[in-house]
Write a protein that binds this ligand. Structure first.
Ligand SMILES: Nc1nc2c(ncn2[C@@H]2O[C@H](COP(=O)(O)OP(=O)(O)OP(=O)(O)O)[C@@H](O)[C@H]2O)c(=O)[nH]1
Length: 227
C-alpha cells in the first residue's frame, strides 16, 4: 500500500466531468448506475441539467467526481457554454444499436472542444452492449474512431453494469495523473528555487485555465432534478 501522509489525505480534489451524446444513448442511466447502482428501463429525457458528486479513491486520495448530465436533444438542453465550463473530463456516449448516434460523435466532439479546454480528458463510450442482436456499430469501429481522435475507448452496458465504473474511473484516473505530473513539475521548480534561496519546499496543486476553474468552481444547477 502506498504511503499517504495525514496532510495529503485531507486534500480535496473536485473534477467536473460532463456526459455528452445524442438523446436516449443512456447518459442518465450510466450516471444512475455508477452513482447509485440503479437503472431505469423507461427513463424520460433529461430536462435542463442534473449532476451527482461521486467520491472515488485514486492512489489513496479522495477524489470527488462531479458528473454533469444534460439532454441530447437541443430543446431540453442546458445553456451550452455553462454546461461545459470548467470541465476536465468528458464521456462521449453513443448507442451501439443505433448507428446514427455514432455518426453524431464528430459533432459532439466539436462542441466539446469549442466550449472547453482542448485537453479535456475524453473517453468514447459505446453503450448498450447487452443489445447484442441489435448491434449496428462494431467494436473495432468505435476503437478506430477513438484512436484517430486520441480518445480513450470502452463499451458499456448501464443495464447489466458492465464497464460502467471502469469508464468513469479511466477518466478520473487520467485527470489525476495529469494533475500529479503538474504537481511534480511545480515541486521540481519550487525545489530548485528553494535550494537557491535556502528555503523549505512547498507543494501546490495548480490547474490551469478551465482546469483550475473546475477545481475552484461551486456546482451550479440549471433546470430540475438534481439529487
Ligand atoms: N438495453 C439497454 N437500454 C439502456 C441502456 N442504457 C440506457 N438504456 C435505455 O435507453 C433509454 C434512454 O436512456 P437515458 O439514460 O434516459 O438516455 P439519455 O442519453 O440520458 O437521454 P437524454 O436525456 O434524452 O439525452 C431508456 O429507456 C433506458 O432504459 C443499456 O445499457 N442497455
Amino acid at each position: 500500500m502506498a504511503f499517504v501522509s495525514e496532510e495529503e489525505k485531507t486534500e480535496d480534489y473536485l473534477f467536473k466531468i460532463v456526459l455528452v451524446g445524442d438523446s436516449a444513448v443512456g447518459k442518465s442511466n450510466l450516471l444512475a448506475r455508477f452513482a447509485r447502482d440503479e437503472f431505469y428501463p423507461n427513463s424520460k429525457s433529461t430536462i435542463g441539467v442534473e449532476f451527482q458528486t461521486q467520491k472515488m479513491d485514486i492512489n489513496g486520495k479522495e477524489i470527488k467526481a462531479q458528473i454533469w448530465d444534460t439532454a441530447g436533444q437541443e430543446r431540453f438542453r442546458a445553456v451550452t457554454s455553462a454546461y461545459y465550463r470548467g470541465a476536465v473530463g468528458a464521456l462521449l456516449v453513443y448507442d451501439i444499436s443505433r448507428r446514427q448516434t455514432f455518426d453524431s460523435i464528430g459533432r459532439w466532439l466539436n462542441e466539446l472542444h469549442t466550449h472547453s479546454d482542448m485537453n479535456v480528458v475524453t473517453i468514447l463510450v459505446g453503450n448498450k452492449t447487452d443489445l447484442k442482436d441489435a448491434r449496428e456499430v462494431p467494436t473495432a469501429e468505435g476503437k478506430a474512431l477513438a484512436e484517430a481522435q486520441g480518445l480513450f475507448f470502452m463499451e458499456t452496458s448501464a443495464l447489466d453494469s458492465s464497464n460502467v465504473a471502469a469508464a468513469f474511473q479511466t477518466v478520473v484516473k487520467e485527470i489525476y495523473n495529469i494533475l500529479s505530473r503538474k504537481v511534480m513539475i511545480t515541486q521540481e521548480f519550487k525545489n530548485k528555487d528553494a535550494a537557491a534561496l535556502g528555503e523549505g519546499k512547498t507543494v501546490v496543486l495548480q490547474g490551469e485555465g478551465n482546469n483550475k476553474e473546475a477545481l475552484d468552481e461551486e456546482p451550479k444547477k440549471f433546470g430540475c432534478c438534481s439529487s
